[in-house]
Design a binder for this molecule. Structure first.
Ligand code: CA
Length: 238
């Protein structure tokens, strides 16, 4: 397999070289861009497998770059990890809603960055496999397991230690959205989109109420639903 390519769009030279060295040492092919415009150009010419994106950038800001990249269907599934400075939480929320896959705040721990990159690339490979596999294959009910929690993905059922927990439709859809996000943070709006179904009208902060109720029903597994301050929620990987 050829090396996977990572594009780092970052205008702070120290961070760029530090991250670049670390990712190269992990076997990735790495390219850096110190402005948004150069980054955009490299996305189309170099075709990276993943992009690390700073938000405050010269020439073209990270959010505008994200908007342009995600509106091009060739790059709809390319993993994008935002690396944001302190105090940019509201931009991070916008970024996640524009289709970024995950984010890290500076200063970040290098091993965590590598772990997130690995996880995003692994997930991207799985998505491709599923897309290419025979749709007639494997139609048995699938489930996602985190610790003693098991969520069946097609039939609205969830279990703790093989004992079913009774969830409303909204709670089930929220739980499913969180566990399928695989540790990625989901903003309130993204959760609202996931939660809207025939039996639910969900507005803004009422999402918090549904999540509180979901946590209660999860009992000893309640810690799975983690609040990410100022941004949203994620399923803790345990
Ligand atoms: Ca910057």
């Amino acid at each position: 397999m050829s090396k996977e390519r990572i594009l780092i769009i970052e205008d702070e030279a120290d961070i760029l070289s530090m991250v670049s060295l670390r990712l190269k040492s992990r076997g990735y092919e790495v390219c850096g861009a110190e402005s948004g415009l150069v980054g955009l150009k490299l996305i189309s010419e170099w075709e990276p497998d993943l992009v690390l994106l700073d938000l405050m950038l010269p020439e073209l800001g990270g959010l505008e770059l994200l908007r342009r990249v995600r509106s091009d269907k060739r790059y709809a599934k390319m993993p994008i990890l935002i690396v944001s400075a302190l105090g940019e939480e509201s931009d991070v929320v916008v970024g996640l809603e524009l289709g970024a896959d995950d984010y890290l705040s500076k200063p970040f721990n290098m091993s965590i960055l590598v772990a997130r990159v690995n996880a995003l690339l692994r997930r991207a490979r799985v998505d491709v496999d599923e897309f290419e596999s025979d749709p007639n294959d494997n139609k048995t009910s699938k489930s996602i397991v985190i610790g003693s929690l098991r969520v069946e993905t097609e039939n609205y059922k969830a279990f703790i230690d093989d004992k079913q927990i009774i969830l409303t439709g909204t709670e089930y859809r929220l739980l499913l959205a969180l566990v399928t996000a695989n540790g990625r943070v989901l903003t309130r709006n993204q959760l609202i989109d996931s939660a809207i179904g025939n039996d639910a009208i969900v507005i803004d902060r009422t999402i918090d109420v549904h999540l509180a109720s979901l946590r209660n029903k999860l009992g000893k597994m309640r810690e799975i639903v983690e609040t990410v301050r100022g941004v949203g929620y994620r399923a803790r990987q345990i």
